[in-house]
Write a protein that binds this ligand. Structure first.
Ligand code: GDP
Length: 295
């Protein structure tokens, strides 16, 4: 995960850590290297620039040059800024409803169905909840089958209605089923397409309006870098979602989406997917991620 970025940042900061005498020039050079590392990680130019400007400002404010351990202080400033950029404090999901309704959105292949299963499993085991999964992809029968397979794997019931091609009606029926049968969380898996298009956006907006979920989550493949950020923006404009789920972080060597998505949509990353298995889910902690990136 983010190996390239870690390596490059380590190299950039190494110069400062090892330097006896630290000057304004090598602070500037280090920050230039940090910016380059962020750009290589597919962080957008503006964000990378703002990032290094902020670190520079703080470095000047804290008199890094005359401090006892200037290298260490610089590493700390970069780490703090990285944490801030990725979202500050970790945020949980809202489970206040009776039942709590969680709507999944995102492109096809982003990992929605897999994550729906992971979340149901997580809530069941960690938070002793009784979740119901609802299959609302009316275009791909295989997607409904996939959710049933996932449900069986984790021992969670799946509600589907194969003859019905109205996702709003299915989601409402799913919620009614949950209420009648003592489920306290309803996770609604929806249809995605390969790219953002008007029909998909209209459909998810209609479902959102009809069921008024406590939590709307946007699921995105972290390996798509800047595209992930742009897609997040499109979905957020329509749904004003509550949080981001970054999937496939296990295969992401760059880290651009993880680093920039929060500052573009101003919504927290709530969970990450780190594998195909049902237990490959983690709460996203910006500070731990920054720690991991900077070693
Ligand atoms: P959907 O179309 O959005 O429902 O996406 P799926 O849940 O079907 O996932 C698409 C593919 O990505 C599947 O092959 C999943 O096994 C895989 N996948 C999902 N999440 C992760 C993850 O966190 N890590 C890895 N390595 N693969 C994942």
């Amino acid at each position: 995960m983010f190996d390239n970025l870690s390596e490059k940042l380590d190299k950039a900061l190494h110069v400062l850590k090892g330097h006896g005498q630290i000057t304004e020039i090598n602070v500037a050079e280090t920050l230039k290297e940090v910016r380059r590392a962020l750009l290589d990680a597919d962080v957008n130019f503006k964000i990378a620039k703002e990032f290094t400007n902020k670190v520079k400002e703080k470095a000047m404010g804290q008199d890094v040059l005359t401090s006892l351990q200037p290298g260490q202080l610089m590493v700390k400033l970069v780490k703090d800024e990285l944490t801030e950029l990725m979202g500050g404090d970790a945020e949980g999901i809202n489970l206040s409803g009776a039942p709590s309704i969680i709507l999944m959105s995102g492109l096809q292949g982003s990992g929605k169905t897999t994550f729906s299963g992971k979340l149901a499993n997580y809530l069941k085991t960690k938070k002793t909840k009784k979740p119901l999964l609802v299959a609302c992809d009316v275009y791909r029968p295989a997607a409904i089958d996939q959710l049933h397979v996932v449900g069986e794997q984790i021992g969670v019931e799946v509600f589907s209605d194969r003859g019905n091609n109205d996702p709003v009606a299915i989601s409402k029926a799913g919620i009614a089923h949950a209420k009648a049968n003592g489920f306290n969380v309803v996770i609604i898996d929806t249809a995605g397409r390969l790219a953002v298009d008007e029909q998909m956006m209209k459909e998810i907006a209609n479902i959102h309006k009809a069921i008024q979920p406590q939590e709307t989550l946007f699921v995105v493949d972290s390996m798509t870098g800047q595209d992930a950020v742009n897609t997040a923006k499109s979905f957020n404009d329509i749904l004003n979602f509550d949080g981001v789920i970054l999937t496939k972080l296990d295969g992401d060597t760059r880290g651009g989406a993880a680093i920039s998505i929060k500052s573009v949509v101003n919504k927290p990353i709530k969970f990450i997917g780190t594998g195909e298995k049902m237990d490959a889910i983690d709460v996203f902690y910006p500070s731990r991620m920054a720690e991991r990136i900077l070693g």
